[in-house]
Design a protein around this ligand. Sequence first.
Ligand SMILES: *Cc1c(COP(=O)(O)O)cnc(C)c1O
Length: 395
Amino acid sequence: MSTGFNTTAVHAGQEPDPLTGAVIPPIYQTSTFVQDGINVLRGGHEYSRGSNPTRGGFEAQIAALEGGAAGFAFASGIAAEDALLHAVLGPGDHVVLGGDGYGGTNRLINQVLGRWGVSNTPVEITDPAAVAAAVRENTALLWLETPSNPRLAIADIRAWARVAHDAEALLVVDNTFATPFLQRPLDLGADVVVHSATKYIGGHSDVLGGVVVVADRAFRGQALAEAVGFQQFAGGAVAGPQDSYLAARGLKTLGLRMERHQQNAATVAQWASTADSITEVLYPGLVTHPGHELAREQMSGFGGIVSLRFGSERAARTFAESTRLFALSVSLGGVESLACYCSEMTHASVKGTPLAAPTDLVRLSVGIEDAADLLADLEAALATVRAVGAVPTAV
Ligand SMILES: *Cc1c(COP(=O)(O)O)cnc(C)c1O
């Protein structure tokens, strides 16, 4: 990326339409492209599963922002993950799977890929020695999410990359929470970045999408871009032109939105740190957070997600059901604030396992509204918690 982040976000892959001069590239809502002779293609496009100009523009935009060799857009974050895993793994391979991650990633790797002979070992992400100890002869891939979900633990991407490369395995980082505005995993040694574009990239809770961005690197004798590109075409879970347009449009304002998200998140985290019914505030921007120094070093900000612990399940449930501006909902990263009771919502599929979310935890996706209104909403919800006597008696 030779230009600054916001310049790249607005312009990479988003050049005006050469035919009409339209400043915004058109939504190419077409399945197929006319050929001027057999296999004589006008713009390199044949069929929209293989390539589509609207999707291609978004793929170039996100690849530039992540500093990758190529980007690939899919119908959802999970579709992107599924395509990547099918592109690089085979039966008999082993995955080192960072714990405290997205529940759906866990479900995909365990319940789908498990049936195809791919095994995995979950690990504590903040302990590089444990990560190294989990590597086996057949380890092909390490999967990391940092900041983690919903505990917001910070893992050392460089240390994970060293472990991966010593094992001749790939390091994949799910960068959904940080976004390339705050963290560029490929610069820190990761081989692949994945995103749920449904979250901060789209940014307005109005589109599902996913991306894979690969470094200019080969795995088992094949360039990663070639392997993922083939799987995207062969598996076919591509992003459609309308969805690609929405994701590209959202991505242009990612920097502006993230600045506001994290400014509001820091305000919420500070407020929560002094609120007497909240027993713990998980936000890497707080100096008391165990990953604070590492986050300062490998990120350029601390993000827009804050998790609160209440010391009791009843208090957490009451709080999550009492906010008004913070809508009770799964997902995150939109301009509007959301509250999630992860243990029964996003992380229900890993309930009762070591990967379960704490039952006293509420995750907040802090939106771009006015901070005073957000604090008033949280104050009112806390008052409800106190009124129903759901404050913890002992922690
Ligand atoms: C939402 C999410 C996913 C899955 O993405 P979808 O777009 O819902 O398929 C993967 N990773 C993280 C961190 C997420 O938050």
